[in-house]
Ligand binder design. Structure first.
Ligand code: KG4
Ligand code: ZN
Length: 371
């Protein structure tokens, strides 16, 4: 009914990555405006009118709720201020529950969301559905038009923090087949982009310049491609790009690894490096997916996460399934749901359902696994 995405990219860009403290402050400032925008889009934003008369008992209960919210948002003073104004201005919307991401991710940032959900839950008298971020990336495909994915399905999640292959026998029943042993796929895109002097986030930047480069110009390694299991590794690939750059620009060798030097190689070379790196990263994903599709013969293959916005990856997956696994239906998260968004969290929460028992003491969990 309504979905609002607010990007903090411009806030974090000067730092070349997400700064937790800044993210926390931005979340606090933005959550209420986003909520207002979304409820308006859903035609659920109803103002409190003066004509509503409030009796003594209702007044007392209102004051109690306000106190409860103050306590819940004690660590989020900016959000509390926005929330207090919002609750005075608008009536509770006609919804069934509040879904919130409680992990995995940056814990300080997750906490802001969790506490906000708690405040809304207290104020509106609606239950909370704690939701796994990765589950959201899988369930984004349920928001596509047409027939939903069928079980058993193979799920591939490729994001800035995760690279995982999972077998899903039924709703919410996950078996992890493999995951990255070091960097995530998106993380490698971001780090290589930084080495090439490109902006943050790196994935979209790499894929943009890769369009003008040759994907076989550099022979970068495809780590673990022949390992026979479903695990991934991207750290060696990233280091290999660094060594290549150092060979091209010997001055770089004396620099610290972490420092970001302005890059002097030609635009053409940069494009070739980006295209060759992208090809190596995609090749590993395709090979491992093919292996899993062959072994498990799933009815559907669902792919989600920020990196699936990558055109090369999308077309390579389409070709793979079309040519070699025509019995399997491929579901690539629709473009508007590839990056992090709230709609996918609502979709996952819909299948999880309202918890039978009221949850007390919900905490953010940075290392939450899918189970
Ligand atoms: O799922 P997501 O929005 O956030 C996390 O949960 O991490 O994924 C963000 C990641 C970043 O690493 C970003 O560089 C990458 O997705 N990404 C891309 C592209 N668009 C975003 N990677 C490659 N090609 C893209 N077009
Ligand atoms: Zn994500």
């Amino acid at each position: 009914l309504g979905n609002t995405v607010l990007s903090q990219v411009s806030t974090h860009r000067p730092f070349g990555g997400v700064v937790p403290n800044l993210a926390m402050r931005e979340h606090q400032k933005n959550l209420i405006p986003i909520l207002e925008h979304t409820l308006k889009e859903a035609h659920m934003l109803t103002r409190v009118t003066k004509s509503i008369t409030v009796n003594k008992k209702q007044k007392a209960s209102g004051a109690r709720l306000e106190k409860a919210v103050e306590k819940i948002l004690v660590r989020e003073p900016i959000l509390l201020e926005y929330a207090q104004k919002f609750f005075k201005k608008y009536l509770p919307p006609d919804i069934d529950a509040i879904a919130v991401t409680y992990g995995p991710g940056l814990e300080p940032a997750l906490w802001v969301g969790v506490n906000f959900a708690k405040a809304l839950s207290a104020m509106w008298g609606k239950p909370i559905i704690p939701t796994n971020h990765l589950e959201g990336h899988i369930y984004a495909s349920w928001l596509s038009e047409g027939t939903p994915p069928q079980f058993p399905l193979l799920a591939l999640i490729v994001s800035g923090g995760h690279t995982e292959l999972l077998l899903v026998k039924n709703h919410l029943r996950y078996t992890r087949l493999g995951e990255t042993r070091d960097d995530a796929d998106g993380e490698a895109f971001d780090k290589v982009a930084k080495m090439l002097g490109l902006g943050y986030p790196g994935g979209p930047e790499i894929s943009k310049i890769a369009e003008h480069g040759k994907s076989d110009a550099f022979d970068f390694p495809r780590p673990m491609i022949h390992s026979g299991d479903f695990d991934f590794s991207y750290s060696g690939l990233k280091t290999s790009v660094l060594y290549t750059l150092q060979d091209l620009e010997p001055a770089r060798q004396t620099q610290k690894r972490s420092s970001v030097a302005p890059i002097k190689i030609s635009t053409k070379r940069k494009a070739d490096i980006a295209a060759s790196f992208q090809q190596a990263a995609v090749d590993v994903l395709i090979k491992k997916s093919a292996q899993a599709l062959k072994k498990y013969k799933p009815k559907s293959f669902v792919v989600g996460g920020g990196v699936i916005a990558n055109k090369k990856l999308r077309s390579s997956l389409e070709t793979l399934v079309h040519k070699l696994f025509p019995e399997t239906q491929l579901y690539l998260a629709p473009m508007w749901l590839t990056g992090d968004n709230a709609a996918m969290i609502a979709a996952a929460a819909f299948f999880r359902g309202i918890p039978k028992k009221k949850i007390s003491g919900l905490s953010a969990n940075g290392g939450l696994k899918l189970s």
